[in-house]
Design a protein around this ligand. Structure first.
Ligand SMILES: [Zn+2]
Ligand SMILES: [Zn+2]
Length: 367
């Protein structure tokens, strides 16, 4: 079948809307008619070249849609189901899957960086030549093929534009707090960086009943938004010393948890200084993979822990339906995260705005 997709042909160049061909489904495949797909910073990193992937490639790893068809052996979803895609499909039985670390799943780790599906091939072609799949999802397209473990059935009550952002930004932020750090009720939490992931860490802290939730960013507008998502205190990093300000709100100790969601080498260091002895720092942000990140050795003394979380310990088949229920019950804020809706042919404009740091989430909506 033929379908339209936004294709990255060259790093640093705009995406091209092109007609591609999808091969017949293999066993275990799920064909999804994509209805909405968010623009995430990680897609932009591939476009700008700080994350290297084989080209041409179809980006987009935060999508929701309707199952159109399934390959043989698929039992978890059926045509007509509403699904959110997971960008970390996993085999379920390798060394890491058996140790409850699907983010390290061996077939996923082997094929994802090569732009392939978990069987080591592509389904998408252009004039007979393979087109790569980004993170086994490729949702900036009218249709995509994902493995069964990457198609998560959810309630059809949630609109697709709201559903799609659960697949990356929401899971990453809420999951870091609820699943990775397992922040207990009453704990003190600081979140540095209040973009999409940081705001979701803030609302994750609100969901678990954290005692104080301190949001750190620059500028009144971002901090007002952080309060809307659940922050109890805010610190403007433009005018305040962040470590001093966090300590002054926590009897001089620092918070029980610090979530770094800014992706900045200086902030990594600040995060380690702002957590109390015995506390935990969770690094959510990213810098270029070869960059060095430094901190003062003494800041680790006092039994502090540094943890990396890339997908919030997601177990998508457990977590996506739960997050949808939280939204439908009015406890998870998704409407407020979407600051712009665009068509697929407006996607370059959407990424340009993301590069300028505008808005929270832009979502491509397919008619
Ligand atoms: Zn993402
Ligand atoms: Zn595995």
């Amino acid at each position: 079948m033929k379908f339209e997709a936004a294709v990255l042909n060259e790093v640093g160049k705009p995406l091209a809307i092109e007609t591609l061909e999808m091969a017949a489904l293999a066993p275990g495949d799920v064909l999804v008619r994509v209805r909405a797909s968010g623009l995430c910073h990680t897609d932009l990193e591939v476009m700008q070249g700080s994350l290297a992937y084989p080209l041409p490639i179809v980006l987009g790893h935060e999508g929701a849609g309707i199952v159109e068809a399934v390959g043989s052996g698929v039992t978890q979803v059926a045509p007509g189901d509403h699904v959110i895609c997971s960008w970390n499909p996993h085999c379920g039985h390798c060394f890491y899957c058996e140790r409850d670390l699907p983010i390290l799943c061996e077939p996923f780790s082997r094929h994802q960086p090569r732009g392939l599906l978990l069987d080591g091939t592509t389904r998408m072609t252009r004039a007979g030549a393979p087109v790569h799949h980004y993170s086994v999802t490729s949702t900036h397209a009218q249709y995509t093929v994902v493995p069964e473990s990457g198609a998560i059935r959810v309630s059809p009550e949630i609109p697709f534009d709201r559903a799609c952002i659960i697949g990356c930004g929401v899971m990453t932020g809420v999951g870091a707090v609820v699943r990775k750090a397992q922040v207990p009720a009453g704990a003190s939490v600081a979140v540095i960086g209040c973009g999409a992931v940081g705001l979701n860490a803030i609302q994750g802290a609100r969901l678990v009943g954290a005692g104080s939730i301190i949001a750190v960013d620059m500028g009144a507008e971002k901090l007002a938004r952080a309060r809307q998502f659940g922050a109890t205190h805010t610190i403007d990093a433009k005018t305040a010393d962040v470590v001093d300000a966090v300590k002054s709100l926590t009897q001089g100790r620092g918070t029980d948890y610090v979530f770094e969601a800014a992706g900045n080498a200086t902030i990594f260091r600040t995060a380690v200084e702002a957590v109390r002895p015995g506390g935990e720092v969770v690094w959510l942000g990213k810098v270029n993979v070869d960059d060095e990140v430094s901190f003062r050795w003494g800041s680790l003394m006092g039994e502090r822990r540094i943890v990396r979380s890339s997908y919030g310990n997601a177990r998508p088949r457990r977590d996506f339906p739960w997050l949808v229920e939280e939204y439908l019950a009015g406890r998870l804020m998704l409407d407020e995260l979407i600051t712009r809706r665009i068509r697929l042919d407006e996607i370059n404009d959407g990424f340009a705005a993301l590069a300028r740091g505008e808005g929270i989430r832009t979502v491509v909506v397919f008619d």
